[in-house]
Design a binder for this molecule. Sequence first.
Ligand code: ATP
Ligand code: MG
Length: 406
Amino acid sequence: MERTLVLHFHELWLKGGNRNFFLGKLLMAVRQSLEPLPARARIVHSRLLVDLPEEAVPAAVERLKRVFGVVYFAVARRVAAEREALFEAARQEVLGRQFDSFAVRAKRGDKTFPMRSSEIERELGRDLLERLQAAGHPGARVNLTSPGLTCFVEITSRWALVYTEKLPGPGGMPANSAGRLVCLLSGGYDSAVAAYKVMKRGVHLVFAHFHGLPARPGESSAPIARELVRLLTPYQFTSKLYLVPFEPIQRQIVTAAPERYRILLYRRMMLRIAETLARRQHALGLVTGDSFSQVASQTLHNLNAIDRAAVLPVYRPLIGDDKQEIIQAAQRLGTYAICSEPFQDCCPLFMPRAPALHARPEELDKAEATIDVEALVKQGVESATLEKYEFRQGEVRAPGAVGGKQ
Ligand code: ATP
Ligand code: MG
């Protein structure tokens, strides 16, 4: 049997002049996500419908869980928009299910269909009730206020769609509808979750990862960053990942600055380099996985002192989250396992014994006075390599490193 996925989205952005922009982005995202399944997505009467054969439904359902903008969706039976075909589809949909009461809700998108919505509800309701009674079903009872099962009917110009179950989508705004940011992706739990949260609001991310030399072979952080980017790419279809060798920069900071400021100065250098990359990529800000007071560099004072290094805004979507909440989000997202692999981040190397908790911006400026900041930023940017990833035909491909200057 042919099926149709009925996709529901927030009505808010459907209003006003931006409607077609968002709907267009959503339609594009749905099409790209479902390739190469034999599915046809289209917009009919302000609904996004995807026609597909029944065999393709499980795969399509999995893919739609990654399409931002979809609040929930339903797998509908699709039959000709005729009374008998519609009633028969509804019987098939309803009779095998377990419930204690039911209701029919109909929407007639095409007004040429001969029955009004209220007529469909009444007559189909009666038909189902009789059959449920005949079958001795415990749900043979109509309840219009809080039914155990709702049989939804939607009439389009040619088809009647019937469904009873709504599956949750990820919500949010359609991919790539909000502009671009650069995400500082560390390989820890936090930043990947932060990335997901801003992507969910329609932001397209360019990733920047700063890596040191591994303490032991096989424990570099770069493969973790790559894996994270692979996992996140299906949400936005293409990704760029900058890998910045950071150890030479850390060495200079370690040599020139007081030990207690080290981490804060690393962070300032990361922001500056990420900001330069952001300008190159026409990105409008930076994203980090900071959360208040999780570590010493994340006190209010220190975040203020760090941020003076950048002009672009730094977004911190996890700022109010507890570690436990972030870990749970990482588990749901699937990044938890990746981030649990052992790796040598750039920061444990050269860690201070007693980091400053309440640094002032002027103190950091002073600590940087003997460092050639501009030269280090240039060095970081020029030594960065860029990798591109894309999600096409249901797979993430990484055509490989493409050099630093893109
Ligand atoms: P995460 O916060 O992702 O769990 P972490 O705990 O190792 O990683 P923090 O010390 O909490 O890192 O760093 C705060 C934020 O700074 C990170 O969330 C990330 O955005 C950024 N950051 C830290 N280290 C790196 C790195 N090596 N490369 C890119 N960004 C980094
Ligand atoms: Mg952290």
